[in-house]
Design a protein around this ligand. Structure first.
Ligand SMILES: Cc1cc2nc3c(=O)[nH]c(=O)nc-3n(C[C@H](O)[C@H](O)[C@H](O)COP(=O)(O)OP(=O)(O)OC[C@H]3O[C@@H](n4cnc5c(N)ncnc54)[C@H](O)[C@@H]3O)c2cc1C
Length: 388
């Protein structure tokens, strides 16, 4: 693995940084404060190609690798982790349709998603099925050329403000587990769909989170993505990349917080010296930077494994997500501590980064579930080489 970014990757990083500094960073505090979902900026992000980063060029995407994508997302997240995270969820849903839908459905939907004209939500979690997603109960029953869907989804990012739901429903028997699930592209305004209130959250205020209820929602059978019963495998494939994306959003937030802490250590004086003169704080900063670089390397290794079709990619994506989201949360918390009382005040962005990054330890599979994935794989026979 080459540790140097390529010329192209450096150019993507430059373009993403310029976009984030101009169109995201100046507004992020207001989006957080006023709970604004910045659809105009998402549209601009689409014009930059950021709404279909790893979607094939033939379908209007940028056709980038996961490593390229991570380089871009880190810059967006440094400006606003919450908005960057929505962009990544949209990218994941778009990739799933682009990779597994019929040709007609792909042609109809994906270019609009990749350009940012339409926004997508990913609907897996249910009131009774969170970590145990394979136990989901939303049902899709075939009726001639249609499916009729009934059930409910919770915690759906963007819901109520998106155009398309990529929704997992049970097409098999109630006890068919992970083998009886299929994904569907569902128009967000289809008859029978209703949305709950925008959940009041600790962070991620620049994107709505709502419950979605489905009552006799009829959609064409051709809106099914992949074969009947393949849905859980498709959902998990999407989440390998989704986990790297969320981990990358943590990297961006931690990088921004660390740089602010570094600058503050030069500016702030106590006991007649800048904070930077205190060795205890120098060591804190050194540990923060070390954790951040280790986390970034794990994310890039996971991306490399996914890009190269490595059979252990799932293991590495889970390890990277667990490590990076934990390590980066700690980096932001330490950056807040280094700001003293000012770190706790909303005028400084540290508390926003902390609130935004906290949820990365919970969603796209909690960090306990990441440990479960890693431990299960390691306890299999003959997989010592998986972590070499
Ligand atoms: C802001 C936000 C946005 C979200 N966006 C989306 C979205 O767009 N689409 C979507 O589908 N979902 C979304 N989610 C849902 C998210 O993925 C789930 O919340 C998450 O998977 C955990 O499920 P749960 O909340 O039901 O917790 P539970 O599964 O009930 O877990 C509760 C606790 O038990 C632990 N636990 C559970 N099982 C085990 C086990 N076997 N071993 C050890 N520990 C275990 C968990 O780690 C957790 O700590 C979002 C959630 C939030 C908060």
């Amino acid at each position: 693995m080459d540790f140097n970014l390529t010329e192209d990757q450096l150019a993507f990083r430059e373009a993403a940084r310029a976009f984030a500094e101009k169109s995201m960073a100046p507004h992020a505090a207001r989006w957080d404060d006023e709970h604004v979902f910045p659809k105009d900026v998402l549209k601009e992000a689409g014009e930059m190609g950021f709404m279909g980063m790893y979607t094939p060029e033939a379908l209007g995407g940028m056709g980038l690798s996961r490593l390229d994508t991570s380089v871009i997302v880190e810059e967006l997240a440094a400006a606003c982790p919450s908005t960057a995270a929505f962009i990544t969820i949209h990218n994941m849903a778009t990739w799933m349709v682009a990779s597994f839908a019929s040709d007609d459905l792909k042609q109809e939907i994906v270019p609009k998603l990749a350009s940012g004209e339409w926004l997508a939500s990913y609907c897996l979690t249910e009131p009774g099925a969170g970590s145990d997603a394979a136990s989901l109960r939303t049902k899709a029953v075939r009726d001639g050329d249609s499916y009729v869907i009934n059930g409910s989804k919770v915690f759906i990012s963007g819901a109520g403000s998106t155009d398309i739901l990529v929704l997992m429903a049970r097409t098999g028997d109630p006890d068919s587990g992970s083998k009886g699930i299929s994904p569907f592209v569902t128009p967000a305004d289809a008859d029978g769909i209703s949305y709950g209130k925008n959940e009041e959250k600790m962070g991620w205020h620049s994107q709505p989170t709502r419950m979605v209820s489905l009552e006799n929602v009829r959609i064409p059978a051709s809106n099914r993505v992949g074969n009947e019963g393949d849905g859980f495998a498709i959902a998990m494939k999407g989440l390998d990349g989704g986990r790297l994306n969320i981990a990358t959003c943590s990297l961006g937030g931690a990088q921004a917080a660390l740089l602010r802490a570094r600058n503050y250590m030069h500016e702030r004086e106590q006991f007649g010296k800048p904070l930077a003169a205190f060795q205890a704080l120098q060591f804190k900063l050194a540990d923060m930077a070390t954790s951040l670089v280790a986390a970034r390397q794990m994310v890039r290794l996971g991306a490399f494994k996914l890009d190269s079709g490595d059979p252990e990619a799932t293991l590495h994506c889970a390890m990277a997500k667990r490590f990076a989201t934990d390590a980066c949360f700690d980096v932001v918390n330490d950056a807040l501590q280094l700001h003293g009382g000012y770190g706790y005040i909303r005028e400084y962005p540290l508390e926003r980064y902390l609130r935004d990054l906290r949820v990365h330890q919970i969603l796209e599979g909690t960090n306990e579930i990441m440990r479960l994935i890693v431990a299960r794989r390691l306890l299999d026979d003959g997989v010592a080489e998986a972590i070499q």
